[in-house]
Design a protein around this ligand. Structure first.
Ligand SMILES: NC(=O)c1ccc[n+]([C@@H]2O[C@H](COP(=O)([O-])OP(=O)(O)OC[C@H]3O[C@@H](n4cnc5c(N)ncnc54)[C@H](O)[C@@H]3O)[C@@H](O)[C@H]2O)c1
Length: 354
């Protein structure tokens, strides 16, 4: 078992290990105040794991409530958000009680936003059960729901009080969901380099505890320096600007991980064309991504990609911050004019063929 301590606006622990769910109470009792625990999760996670979690809580005389919604991004919506708040109020959940956001990034983001806003904020424990939520969404305090106009458009920064990452739960993930998480892990590998990048050359589950630990530590270090995404935290968007555009253009048929993998590949080509990195760095990045089975074809033409990026919420005025690669383990943030972007993508796709 490993522990990472985050010292941000809230100080909290992230516990990473196998078989933690059965003994959740051992970890959460020290931070609980009230007797009520309100679990927010989806139907798949409920069917697989809720009994382990509730048994552990009930053994310690906690009163367990749950709100279960259909799995998938569509549930990260305003209706579920309001329904949950009303249900909590009806059940008499008080300021001293605790929300457990249990599952992947969808229950994590929605549950986090509920905890942040119910009675102006109550305790929040994140229990991630997907690789993506283990290495990314459960850590760092970004909470959100989607609006009709786009993803994550309403939300707040709200750090959890504890994160419990039971790696045993990753064993039941579908191949596609695991692969989606791998794209984020590869992102961390490129950002941090070193041991993490090398470990990714072997099947991911072989070193899963060490890999999740290193990703979380990398994110922790960034969040401690830039909790509210003003500068350094933008590094975590490596591959995401183009990735989000691909997701949007596909009507979200291309999954987040697949889109990020394509985005990372295009960005490495842009970096090469700007003479920021060597060709072998582009090849190394392609090799690791294709080794995990990612198709790197960006699918859309540069002008459509550039237009979709313009709609991205991270754009500020006529420029955008691109995360570019100098080497494995060395990425930079560079302000780029929107009117240069289409040409950059075009050159990346045509001059450095996939
Ligand atoms: N807050 C952040 O910092 C942050 C960062 C990255 C992504 N996100 C958000 O995360 C979401 C994507 O996360 P996700 O991919 O985990 O999505 P998800 O929560 O929808 O989970 C994906 C699928 O896996 C299933 N699942 C979950 N755990 C399982 C398990 N152990 N075994 C079998 N199936 C399981 C779920 O039921 C779902 O069908 C997006 O909404 C994205 O915006 C947030």
């Amino acid at each position: 078992m490993k522990r990472v301590i985050v010292k941000s606006s809230k100080k909290y622990s992230i516990i990473i290990g196998k078989g933690l769910l059965e003994n959740t109470s051992d970890h959460i009792l020290p931070i609980l105040k009230g007797n009520n625990v309100y679990i927010i999760t989806d139907d798949i996670v409920e069917s697989l794991y809720i009994s382990q979690l509730t048994k552990s809580l009930q053994r310690n005389n906690l009163v367990v409530h749950k709100y279960v919604f259909p799995n998938g991004e569509k549930s990260k919506n305003a209706k579920n958000y309001i329904d949950i708040l009303n249900d909590m109020a009806q059940k008499g959940i008080s300021r001293s009680d605790t929300v457990i956001a249990f599952g992947g990034g969808v229950p994590g983001d929605l549950g986090g936003f509920v905890a942040a806003t119910y009675l102006r904020g109550i305790k929040l424990i994140q229990i991630p059960t997907t690789l993506l939520s283990a290495v990314d969404s459960s850590v760092g305090g970004k909470t959100a729901i989607d609006l009709d106009k786009g993803k994550n458009m309403a939300g707040v920064f709200y750090q959890p009080d504890l994160v419990i990452c039971d790696l045993s739960s990753l064993n039941t993930l579908s191949d596609e969901t695991l692969k989606d998480g791998c794209a984020e892990v590869i992102k961390y590998g490129i950002l941090s380099g070193g041991l993490l990048f090398n470990q990714l050359k072997k099947p991911i589950m072989k070193h899963i505890e060490s890999i999740v630990y290193q990703c979380v530590k990398y994110k922790r270090d960034i969040v401690q320096k830039d909790e509210h995404d003003q500068d350094l935290r933008q590094l975590l968007n490596l591959g995401h600007t183009i990735g989000h555009a691909i997701e949007l253009l596909s009507g979200y048929k291309v999954t987040h991980g697949q889109a990020v993998a394509k985005g990372i590949s295009v960005i490495s080509r842009i970096s090469y064309n700007l003479s920021l990195c060597a060709k072998h760095t582009v090849d190394e990045i392609d090799n690791i991504l294709t080794g995990y089975g990612f198709d790197l074809n960006p699918m859309y033409n540069p002008s459509d990609l550039a237009s979709a990026i313009i709609m991205d919420k991270k754009r500020s005025n006529d420029s955008i911050n691109l995360i570019l690669v100098e080497d494995i383990g060395k990425c930079i943030i560079r302000k780029t004019m929107m009117n240069e972007l289409e040409d950059m993508i075009k050159k990346a796709i045509t001059k450095v063929p996939l």
